[in-house]
Write a protein that binds this ligand. Structure first.
Ligand code: 3PY
Ligand code: MG
Length: 255
């Protein structure tokens, strides 16, 4: 018997950075540490190739190692960079977080690099462990990949409604440190502004109007409550650096 076409369609895949999730931001490139941290209960791992010690060769090593343990990971690429976005997905990332976006054109370029045609211009490469070897299923890959555009410049904030409306933008990602630098306020001031016209409520409204959502970098757990109070529940709650500092503090307290 052949399967009939009446079989139920596959449910959409869960997004890499899903609702009510806690992520860990990895700056270092140590593969064994990454595997260990990947098993410690966080919902997703972000490899930081913008400010972390992760070059293209470390990306491949980390991608293989995290793929082996079945970790849900994304890559914060160094910029709006077609080759880095493709390489991250080739290495098995379930999504990309694109920083330093200053305009709709930047965001559009990020989307183009993330998706295979017809939505984008992602180039196929045989390294990939995920996307079916020599016969890439472009439709499946496109359905799985999450394209998160960082809102962390005054230019991106100015265009946030248009950016959120772009086909392919699956998530807006707040970078509170750079956004506060760009707006000339402190991070605390940025996160304390819950007026409807404030930057963060504006970003949330733009995302939700388009059926998506907002994630954010806390970096240190002490910033998480302020982000949650604003309505952001997909948060990179710590970095590997913060984990070490908090662990060291705890050990010294205990001994
Ligand atoms: C920011 O807060 O600007 C970030 O990019 C977080 O890494
Ligand atoms: Mg930033």
């Amino acid at each position: 018997m052949y399967a009939t076409s009446s079989s139920a369609p596959e449910p959409p895949p869960p997004p890499a950075i899903g609702p009510a999730s806690r992520g860990l931001w990895l700056m270092g490139s140590d593969v064994d540490l990454a595997r260990r941290l990947a098993r410690s209960g966080f919902d997703w791992i972000a490899l930081d190739a913008q400010h972390g010690a992760i070059d293209r060769s470390a990306l491949v090593d980390l991608g293989r190692a995290l793929g082996d343990v079945g970790t849900n990971f994304v890559v914060r690429v160094p910029g709006v960079d077609h080759s880095w976005i493709g390489a991250s997905l080739d290495a098995g990332a379930a999504g990309v977080v694109i920083p330093s976006v200053t305009s709709v054109d930047d965001a559009q370029a990020g989307v183009r690099a993330t998706f295979y045609p017809p939505l984008g211009e992602r180039s196929w490469g045989p390294l990939t462990p995920m996307w079916d070897g020599y016969a890439p299923d472009a439709e499946r890959a496109n359905a799985h990949v999450q394209c998160a555009v960082m809102i962390e410049t005054a230019g991106a904030l100015e265009a946030v409604e248009e950016i959120a409306a772009l086909d392919g933008v699956g998530l807006l990602f707040l970078g509170p440190v750079d956004l506060s630098l760009s707006l000339g306020v402190s991070v605390d001031e940025l996160l304390a502004d819950d007026s409807p016209t404030g930057p963060v409520p504006r970003i949330l409204a733009a995302a939700r109007r388009n059926g998506s959502d907002v994630a954010a970098f806390a970096g240190d757990p002490s910033r998480v409550p302020a982000l949650r109070a604003l309505g952001i529940d997909r948060v990179a709650v710590a970095t590997d650096i913060a984990l070490v500092a908090l662990g060291a503090e705890r050990v010294l307290d205990l001994t």
